[in-house]
Design a protein around this ligand. Structure first.
Ligand code: KG4
Ligand code: ZN
Length: 324
C-alpha cells in the first residue's frame, strides 16, 4: 500500500508517503517555530495561513522524493483532532480534496494515537503496551490493546508536561518553545539542589501546575542558580512520570512502555525514565517525537487494515464527524 499522511494540527506542516510493502517512509516537514517564537507561542491564525501555503508544495515534493505519482496513492491519512481547529481544517480540507479527486479512501487520525504508534516505526514493538504521550498539549497514559483500542488511564488535570517546560522557560526569559532550552540549562545544574513537589502523588492523574508555581517562586527568590532549578525540575518531571507509569503498569499487568510526543526529545528523560522504572522504555527517534506526517500515514495504515471501515471516496464525507 502507498499511504499519504498529512499533519497540520499545530505549527508543523508535514506530508509523508509510507510504502507499506517495502516498509519505507518519505517525509517532509515545514516548521513554523521561527515565525511563532516572536510571539512567545503559536498564533492560530498565522499557523493556519502557513499550513495553507505549505501543504501543496510539500505534497508535490514528497511524491517526487518517494518516486510515486498521486495516482499511486492507495490511502490518505490526515490528523483530525486534537489540535488548533483552523490548522486542522487546512489539512483535512486538503486531504478530502485529494480523496475526492483521486477516488481513494481517507482515514481521520487522532493526533495522540499517531504519536503513540510512531514508536513502532523504528522499534520492534507491538501492543499490548502502555502508550505515554508527553507533548506541549497532553500528558496522557493509555493502555493500547492488541487491536489498537485505547483506554485512557491517566491524564493531566491542569498543565501538560511540555506546557510546564514552556511556561517556566518563558518566565526565565528563555525563547519559545522552552523545553530544549531548559534541557540545555539543566546539563550544567545539580539535580539535587532544589526540593520540589510531585503533584497528585496518590492519584492516577497528573498535575503539574503546583510544580510550575513552585519552580517559578524558586526562580523569583534568587536563592538558586537557574541551572540548578532546571536540573531539579527535570528530575521531578521524571519522578512524576515514573510514579504514574508504575501505577499504570500495576493496574494493567502490561509490561511494555512506549513514550512519545515532543517532550520525549529530552535526553535526560530518555535516559532517566527507564532507569527510574528499572525497565526498558521504547522511544521514537527525536525526528519522530515532534509532529510529522510519517506517524499519521502509519496510524492511518494501521486503522485501515484493522477496521476497514472506510472505502472509496464517499468515505471522505465521514471525516466531518471527526472534527469535534
Ligand atoms: O508533540 P509536540 O511537537 O507538539 C504537540 O503536539 O504539543 O510537542 C511540543 C512540546 C513543546 O512544549 C516543547 O517545549 C517540548 O515539546 N519539547 C521539549 C523538548 N523538545 C521539545 N521539552 C523538553 N525537552 C526537550 N528537549
Ligand atoms: Zn504533537
Amino acid at each position: 500500500m502507498i499511504v499519504c499522511g498529512i499533519e497540520t494540527s499545530c505549527d508543523e506542516t508535514s506530508v509523508a508517503i509510507y510504502d507499506s510493502k517495502r516498509n519505507k517512509f518519505y517525509s517532509l516537514v515545514s516548521s513554523q517555530v521561527d515565525i511563532h517564537s516572536k510571539f512567545g507561542g503559536v498564533v492560530p491564525e498565522i499557523a493556519s495561513r502557513n499550513h495553507a501555503l505549505n501543504v501543496m508544495p510539500l505534497f508535490i515534493d514528497v511524491l517526487k522524493m518517494a518516486g510515486v505519482s498521486k495516482e499511486d496513492i492507495n490511502l490518505i491519512g490526515v490528523t483530525k483532532s486534537p489540535g488548533l481547529i483552523g490548522a486542522l481544517f487546512v489539512g483535512v480540507s486538503f486531504a478530502k480534496g485529494l480523496a475526492f479527486g483521486l477516488k481513494k479512501p481517507i482515514v481521520g487520525v487522532n493526533h495522540l494515537f499517531a504519536h503513540i504508534v510512531s514508536t513502532e516505526i523504528e522499534n520492534d514493538v507491538k501492543p499490548p503496551y502502555l502508550g505515554v504521550v508527553i507533548s506541549g498539549g497532553h500528558t496522557h497514559i493509555y493502555l493500547v490493546d492488541e487491536c489498537y483500542n485505547l483506554k485512557l488511564l491517566s491524564k493531566t488535570i491542569d498543565d501538560a508536561v511540555g506546557e510546564t517546560f514552556d511556561k517556566i522557560a518563558k518566565f526565565a526569559g528563555l525563547p519559545y518553545p522552552g523545553g530544549p532550552f531548559i534541557e540545555e540549562l539543566a546539563k550544567k545544574g545539580d539535580e539535587g539542589a532544589v526540593q520540589l513537589p510531585i503533584g497528585l502523588k496518590g492519584d492516577n492523574d497528573f498535575s503539574f501546575s503546583g510544580l510550575k508555581t513552585h519552580v517559578i517562586n524558586t526562580i523569583t527568590s534568587n536563592k538558586f542558580k537557574l541551572e540548578d532549578v532546571a536540573a531539579s525540575f527535570q528530575r521531578v518531571v521524571v519522578d512524576t512520570l515514573a510514579l504514574k507509569i508504575d501505577y499504570a503498569l500495576k493496574r494493567t499487568g502490561v509490561d511494555v512502555v512506549v513514550v512519545a510526543g515532543g517532550v520525549a526529545c529530552n535526553n535526560y528523560i530518555r535516559e532517566n525514565l527507564p532507569k527510574k522504572l528499572n525497565m526498558h522504555c521504547y522511544f521514537p527517534s527525536k525526528k519522530l517525537c515532534t509532529d510529522n506526517g510519517d506517524m499519521v500515514a502509519y496510524a492511518a495504515y494501521l486503522l485501515y487494515r484493522k477496521r476497514k471501515f472506510l472505502s472509496k471516496f464517499e468515505s471522505a464525507l465521514d471525516i466531518d464527524e471527526f472534527i469535534k
